[in-house]
Every structure is written in structure tokens, then in C-alpha cells.
Design a protein around this ligand. Structure first.
Ligand code: NAP
Ligand code: ZN
Length: 350
């Protein structure tokens, strides 16, 4: 076993605290990675606080990992010691079902193994995430980090980036289309950048009027304050696709009304409580659709990283030491993050 240390949740309410644990010995197909940085996703907070159901503690969160390859197993072909690599939300899947064969491991019919909170097939133990110094991952779930973007700005792409890129591709967003993004947080700010880079016109819906200037800088053409009914009415029937990244329950009616005929509202946020879904009229009268999307497959994640590198952007981040995770969580809950906290793992040793 390989000694590891990181920050773990020990129950649903206490602050995360230092924890020493063990990683499995690397097998022939495994890559051992020294972690440089790890993003803080709102899913980390939902999970460790038990908002998505009970979990096993201690739990090290973190699924936006960038690091350097420290060692590779004898059968590893794609990576060498010293390579800059990423790991996102998945570390394993069955590799045999239709979804896995289609490169959609996130929909593995047996269930993918989460980077944290899953069960490691090799050992039967809970997987532990990236708020830690090292991790051992099957090379099939390791991504190549392209040159030209800072590691800290790459890390959020491994979840926030792919979660927004995948539906933009699935709904074939391109020039001339009008895309709405609801919520300007980690996912939302990537959705704005990516949709703009694909050529769409972007409208941001926000509860925070003070984010309007930033939203335009990130690529939004229009900004709508979603709690202002008059602004919402003015946006009616204007958009082809809306990505809703909000982490809490809210009324979907005004968003559905903002769709044009045949438009689709895609739910990305993992609200622990149900949203308010209106009666049938916005669906019937405009043939509108309500959909959802989950991260993205490994092949598409690599495509997204290469797309971001080709367009010369990563995430907008605030880098913090591990000791400030709780402050990061508290500010994320207030919508006060521009636009992703990323933990500098060098601070673990300090
Ligand atoms: P985040 O950084 O906290 O951003 C969420 C944004 O939603 C906030 O910045 C805020 O934007 C808005 N918001 C928050 N509470 C709200 C409320 N009560 N009403 C209206 N708007 C509100 O979170 P994130 O990391 O981007 O994650 C967003 C959600 O997506 C989380 O639930 C997360 O678990 C989920 N997620 C899903 C997937 C997937 O595969 N589908 C992947 C990753 C994460 P404004 O200030 O602009 O209003
Ligand atoms: Zn995430």
C-alpha cells in the first residue's frame, strides 16, 4: 500500500480535517499521480454534507484533479513518468455495457466508480478523492493535460468543463444559436465560455446582479436577473437551449418560458430537493423539452480539454491552501466565488 494524506470529512457537519490513509499498490495498468491541484465542486459539498444521502466516512472529496505522473505500471502505454495529467469524476466502469462501449462511461449500466464515494474494485474499499497528495488510477480514466493552460485553470475543466461541454455538443450548439445559462458559478462560468467559443449567443440568468460585468467579460451577450419578473418576461421565447447549473431548488416555469419552439431546458445542477415544475402548458404550447445531463465520457473529456487549449482558456480560479477549504465551502454556498476554488496541494506538506 502507498501512504497518502489529505483532508477528509469525518461526519456531515464538522469541518474537513487532515487524514492519513492508503492508496492501493499500482497494478500493471495503473498510473500513480502526485497531485498538484484539485478543484472544489459543489458536488463535493453536497456529498460530504450528506445532502445526496448517507455516505461512508472518513471521505476525501475532490474530482477535479491535476498532477504529475510519478510511476506507471508495466502495461501502461499512454503515459510516462513526469506527464501532466488529469482525473475527473470517474476512475472505473464495466467497460463492457453498451454505454461504456459507446464511450459514455458516465452512463455505465453497472454503474461507474466515482473518484470518491465509490467502491474500488481492486480492494473493495471506498474510493477517496483528490483533496490529497497522491492517487492511483487505471490509465483508461487518466486524461492528457494539453500545453498552454495553467494546471489550476485546467482542474475545474475535469468536472465543471465537461459537464457543460457535453450537453452543448449533444444539442449541437454552434453559430447562430441562442443559449441560456442559469447560475454563474463553477459550471455556469464554463458554460458561458464554452457556448461562446462554439459560436452561440449567450444569455446569463443570475440571482446576483453584481455578476453582470463578469458575465459579459466571460462571453455573455445578455444578462437577465432571474428574480426580476419583468426581465424574465422580456426574455420569453428567446432561446434554443438552456443549461441550468443551479445547486438548489427553484421554479423552472420562467426558464421554460424563455425557450423558443422546440427548445430544451437541460438540468445540470444536483439540487437535493425537487424543483417546481409547471403544469403542461409550456411543454404543450411550444413543444419544449426538459432534459438532464451527467458529466461526460472519457473520450469527450479529452476532446473538451483539447478544445479549451485550442481556444486558449481554462477556468477562472481562486487558488487556496487546504486549510481554507471550509471558507471555500461557505463562500461557494453564498455564490461568492470567481468562479472556482482550487486547492494548491503543495500546502498539504507545509
Ligand atoms: P456553484 O459554483 O455553487 O454555482 C451554482 C450557482 O447557482 C451559484 O453561483 C448561483 O449563481 C446559483 N444559485 C445558487 N443557489 C441558488 C438559488 N437558491 N437560486 C437560484 N440560483 C442559485 O456550484 P457548481 O460547482 O457550479 O455546481 C452546480 C450544481 O451542479 C451543483 O448542484 C453540483 O452538484 C451540480 N453538478 C452536476 C454535475 C452533472 O454531471 N450534472 C456535475 C457537476 C456538478 P448566481 O449567483 O449567478 O445566481
Ligand atoms: Zn463536480
Amino acid at each position: 500500500m502507498i501512504p497518502a494524506h489529505g483532508y477528509a470529512a469525518f461526519d456531515a457537519t464538522s469541518p474537513l480535517a487532515p487524514w492519513s490513509f492508503e492508496r492501493r499498490d499500482p497494478g500493471p495498468r495503473d498510473v500513480r499521480i502526485d497531485i498538484l491541484v484539485c478543484g472544489i465542486c459543489h458536488s463535493d459539498l453536497h456529498t460530504v454534507r450528506g445532502e445526496w444521502g448517507p455516505i461512508a466516512y472518513p471521505q476525501v472529496p475532490g474530482h477535479e484533479i491535476v498532477g504529475r505522473v510519478a510511476a506507471v505500471g508495466g502495461d501502461v502505454r499512454g503515459f510516462r513518468e513526469g506527464d501532466l495529467v488529469g482525473v475527473g469524476c470517474m476512475v472505473d466502469s464495466c467497460q463492457a455495457c453498451d454505454s461504456c462501449r459507446d464511450g459514455l462511461e458516465q452512463f455505465c449500466e453497472v454503474g461507474f466508480t466515482g473518484t470518491y464515494g465509490g467502491t474500488e474494485k481492486e480492494t473493495g474499499r471506498p474510493t477517496q478523492g483528490g483533496y490529497s497528495n497522491t492517487v492511483v488510477v487505471d490509465e483508461r480514466f487518466v486524461l492528457r493535460v494539453p500545453d498552454g493552460i495553467e494546471p489550476a485553470s485546467v482542474a475545474p475543466l475535469l468536472c465543471a468543463g465537461i459537464t457543460t461541454y457535453s450537453p452543448l455538443r449533444e444539442w449541437r450548439v454552434g453559430a447562430g444559436q441562442r443559449v441560456g445559462v442559469v447560475g454563474l458559478g463553477g459550471l455556469g462560468h464554463m458554460a458561458v465560455k464554452l457556448a461562446r467559443a462554439m459560436g452561440a449567443q449567450v444569455t446569463l440568468f443570475t440571482t446576483s446582479p453584481n455578476k453582470a460585468d463578469d458575465a459579459r467579460r466571460l462571453g455573455a451577450t445578455d444578462v437577465v436577473v432571474s428574480r426580476d419578473e419583468a426581465q424574465m418576461r422580456a426574455a420569453a421565447k428567446s432561446l434554443d437551449l438552456i443549461l441550468d447549473t443551479v445547486s438548489a431548488p427553484h421554479d423552472l416555469g420562467p426558464e421554460l418560458n424563455a425557450l423558443r419552439r422546440d427548445g430544451t431546458l437541460v438540468l445540470l445542477g444536483g439540487s437535493p430537493e425537487p424543483h417546481v415544475v409547471p403544469a403542461v402548458w409550456p411543454f404543450i404550447t411550444g413543444r419544449r423539452r426538459l432534459a438532464g445531463s451527467l458529466i461526460g465520457g472519457i473520450r469527450e473529456t479529452q476532446e473538451m480539454l483539447d478544445f479549451c487549449a485550442a481556444h486558449g482558456f481554462g477556468a477562472d480560479v481562486e487558488v487556496i491552501p487546504v486549510a481554507r477549504i471550509e471558507e471555500g465551502y461557505a463562500r461557494m454556498l453564498k455564490g461568492d466565488v470567481k468562479y472556482r476554488f482550487v486547492i494548491d496541494m503543495a500546502s498539504l506538506a507545509a
